[in-house]
Design a protein around this ligand. Structure first.
Ligand code: MN
Length: 270
């Protein structure tokens, strides 16, 4: 198709349900517009994608959602009541992705403005289908695959903003703050994640060590809840929260993270 402008058929897709979009339909654009809509632009903007394990394809990233306080012990250490309050979400900009190839140690730049830069190891869920008001029973059908990653955080700025009842933005949403490994399709890794070790080491010393079983909200519940707030689309990814014992790193530190069934990921803070 050579359609260049969002005329009738595209418009119908905008107004229709997410089901009208097939996997990959958002390849090449950031929103729910058909892939064949390619306007002339005065300059190019890079599309964010993450390589898919065992494939020559890449997973196109539409939005990055992050869930906060999804492990009781981490909720407690952040000064919250660890009762099972509804999960809350924030976003990082899509181009905050830093992809790290397995078997390598990527340089991760220490960001500006902070004196207390924290790691948070997390399971990352990648959606291949969208929907709104998705039931818990159907939620896992939306999952294309999984990865592991770091929700890097300027903790001092996050806390200061929280104290002033201002948005977390500057503490959470900045360049390179969404570290991620390859996307592993569900079929390739033998199913979904509800159990298994999740840990993080700094310079070889274990700092975070927990199990996915301790997530307050399961992956299916996270997807279902999130789909009440926003229509989900293929290409959306979800950082599913970090367990307890988050902490700081400084330049020169090497972080290694692990989730059972996924290859480890390593970065060096520079
Ligand atoms: Mn987090």
């Amino acid at each position: 198709m050579s359609q260049r402008y969002p005329q009738a058929s595209t418009r119908r897709r905008w107004l229709g349900t997410g089901a009208a979009l097939s996997t990959g339909a958002v390849m090449g654009c950031a929103g729910p517009v058909s892939a064949d809509y390619r306007p002339k632009t005065p300059f190019a903007v890079a599309m964010t994608s993450v390589p898919i394990a065992g494939s020559d394809q890449a997973f196109p990233v539409r939005r990055i959602y992050c869930i906060g306080r999804n492990y009781a012990a981490h909720s407690r250490e952040m000064g919250s009541d660890p009762t099972r309050e509804p999960p809350f979400f924030f976003q990082k900009p899509t181009d905050a992705i830093q992809f790290v190839r397995p078997g390598t140690v990527a340089d991760h730049p220490y960001p500006t403005l902070t004196k207390n830069y924290h790691y948070e190891v997390e399971l990352v869920v990648a959606l291949g289908q969208g929907g709104r008001n998705v039931s818990i029973e159907r939620a896992l059908d939306l999952v294309y695959g999984y990865s592991l990653g770091l929700d890097m955080t300027r903790r001092d700025l996050q806390r200061a903003m929280g104290d002033e009842k201002k948005p977390w933005e500057i503490g959470k949403s900045f360049d390179h703050s969404a570290v991620i490994g390859e996307i592993h399709p569900v079929v390739r890794i033998g199913g979904h994640f509800s159990d298994g070790a999740i840990w993080l080491k700094v310079n070889g010393t274990t700092r975070q060590d927990a199990t996915l079983r301790h997530m307050l909200w399961s992956v299916a519940e996270q997807i279902s809840k999130l789909s009440e707030a926003n229509e989900l689309f293929p290409g959306d990814i979800i950082y599913s929260g970090t367990p307890e014992n988050v902490g700081p790193v400084v330049r020169g530190d090497v972080i290694e993270i692990h989730i059972d069934r996924l290859p480890n990921l390593s970065v060096k803070i520079v």
